[in-house]
Structures are given as structure tokens and as C-alpha cells.
Design a protein around this ligand. Structure first.
Ligand SMILES: [Zn+2]
Length: 160
């Protein structure tokens, strides 16, 4: 869902409750339920709420198909393009990843579904293997002997 900033200026609050049928790079058999509200506060725009979905994915250990329920809360603070440019200019290099974080409402719009997508990616790591354990242990063993996927290798190096 795309929210226009003009919908929440001058004290107006927008409540939303909708189902997004698809989301980039995720298989969502039932879509994703997204609810929350958006409002203006101290010259910026707050979007907050919760989401719930069933994801279809492969267990990272045994590659079996799993369908965990993923749910959580999300929130984001946005600035209009003009104020966002000022905000970026005002940042000192060491503050770049400080506590005060704003995102840009590109073209004066906030893409709520994209914000939620970022949270799904962050929340996903807890759910990416069979729980409580994999049924087929032979597959697990085979997989663990393989080298680390080169795509992950790069990420691991960044972490160190
Ligand atoms: Zn598994």
C-alpha cells in the first residue's frame, strides 16, 4: 500500500488494515496481513503496526519445504524529500548509523509494504529451519558437509 504524505498532514491519522497478495522474493500462499496507523509527529511521519503471514520456504538444513507463520511489529519514521535532504546534510559521518534514523518518503509517498518487507527479512532468520528439528537427518548431514554457499561466504566476511 502506498500512503501519500498529504493524507496525514495537519493532524490527520490514517489507519490501515489490508492484505498484500505478493511481496518481492517471498512465496506467500495467503498473502500478508498488514495493519497499523500513520500520523505526523514533530515534522516527520510515523508509520507503525504489525504484520502476519505464512511463508513457504526451504529449511536451510534439510531443504524440506516448511511453512512457518511469521509475524511481528514494524515502525518507520519518514521525512518528505526536502527535509530528508536537509537531514542527510546535517549528519556527521559518525552519526550515520545513530539512533535518530529517518527514511525518505520518495515523491512524498510512503510505501508501507516495502517497509514491512524489510522487517520480514529481519524477522525471518529465526524461522528458516524445521522446528523443533529436521525429520530427515541424512539430508542434514549431507548438506552440512558441503562448502558454504559462496553467496553467504561474502556476507560472513563482512561480519568479521
Ligand atoms: Zn529441516
Amino acid at each position: 500500500m502506498i500512503l501519500k504524505i498529504s493524507q496525514i498532514i495537519n493532524g490527520s491519522e490514517v489507519a490501515f488494515d489490508y492484505v498484500e497478495e505478493t511481496m518481492d522474493s517471498f512465496d506467500l500462499p495467503e498473502g500478508i496481513v498488514i495493519k497499523g496507523r500513520a500520523y505526523e509527529e514533530d515534522g516527520h511521519y510515523v508509520v507503525e503496526g504489525s504484520y502476519r503471514t505464512v511463508l513457504k520456504l526451504e529449511c536451510v538444513r534439510c531443504l524440506a519445504e516448511i511453512t512457518p507463520i511469521i509475524q511481528g511489529e514494524f515502525s518507520g519514521r519518514f521525512l518528505n524529500p526536502k527535509d530528508y535532504a536537509k537531514f542527510i546534510d546535517s549528519l556527521k559521518p559518525e552519526e550515520e548509523f545513530g539512533e535518530l534514523h529517518f527514511e525518505e518518503a520518495v515523491a512524498n509517498e510512503i510505501n508501507i509494504s516495502e517497509l514491512v518487507r524489510e522487517y520480514v527479512i529481519l524477522d525471518l532468520s529465526e524461522y528458516e529451519s524445521c522446528l523443533p528439528e529436521c525429520k530427515d537427518a541424512s539430508e542434514v548431514e549431507k548438506y552440512s558437509k558441503e562448502d558454504i554457499d559462496p553467496r553467504w561466504q561474502q556476507l560472513l566476511e563482512i561480519k568479521i
